[in-house]
Design a protein. Structure first.
Length: 259
């Protein structure tokens, strides 16, 4: 039903999870733990899936905060007053947002994915976390570094104290793009984030995120990477590309404990 980012440090008070496809009630392309309301699954089944995950993971599913993700770079701070926004529907989710930041305990925040990278950014000193959705568009636009800047500006985080976890995302072999995208990415981050030689170029989205984070003082040793690729492992994770555009969503969910 869920896992964590392997080798992510044990930080007092911090909880996080990466959901999988297992343990839910959806069927077909959404089997079985689909968490997305926007993919034409039965909403009642999605609600039950979210309830099951929350109960199993140890957070109150009615307090979940989710966003209407748009592959952009907008960020939003949320707290106890926002509990329940997007928990059991899309209409009341935080609009047009691809990164949620929280410092208050008991406020689980979610980012849904099905190939894009879910990114967890944690300041264990200031007790602030960010959950970020970074597809190649968001990574190219710098959403990860924007979250770090937001944490440094608003919470006075020291970039040297931050720990970053990158969840399951497409491996370079599975992320084929057109020449125009490759050119834009190379202009932004250099050739190291691309693999050429085949019919089309391929992107390394993890390397893109690391390069973006380096611009705000994040050392590569602060980044912990989950190496699984959803398209390579569609039995465990939903994959938009691997399922020809008909897929559910898994999620990164993170929160600070009340205690």
């Amino acid at each position: 039903m869920y896992e964590t980012i392997p080798d992510f440090p044990d930080i007092p008070g911090l909880r996080h999870l990466i959901s999988t496809r297992e343990g839910g009630v959806s069927d077909g392309a959404f089997a079985s733990l689909n968490l997305g309301y926007h993919v034409h699954d039965d909403p009642e089944r999605v609600t039950e899936n979210r309830r099951r995950l929350g109960r199993a993971a140890g957070y109150d599913p009615t307090t979940l905060v989710a966003a209407q993700q748009v592959h952009g770079t907008a960020l939003a701070w949320v707290g106890t007053a926002d509990r329940g926004r997007g928990a059991f529907g899309l209409d009341d989710a935080v609009p047009d947002t691809d990164g949620l930041l929280v410092s208050e305990p008991g406020v689980p925040v979610a980012m849904q994915v099905a190939d894009c990278a879910p990114v967890l950014i944690v300041d264990p000193v200031r007790r602030v976390l960010a959950a970020v959705h970074a597809g190649w568009r968001g990574a190219l636009a710098g959403i990860a570094s924007a979250a770090v800047r937001e944490m440094t500006d608003r919470a006075h985080s020291d970039p040297a104290h931050l720990l970053i976890g990158i969840g399951p995302t497409l491996c370079p072999a599975c992320l084929e793009v057109g020449a125009d995208v490759a050119e834009a990415v190379e202009d932004a981050f250099g050739p190291a984030v691309l693999q050429r030689g085949g019919e089309k170029p391929h992107l390394d989205i993890r390397a893109m995120i690391a390069a973006d984070l380096a611009c705000v003082g994040i050392d590569g040793r602060q980044i912990i990477v989950h190496r699984a690729c959803p398209r390579c492992h569609t039995a465990r994770y939903f994959s938009h590309r691997g399922q020809q555009g008909q897929a559910g969503r898994f999620a990164l969910i993170a929160w600070w404990n009340e205690a």
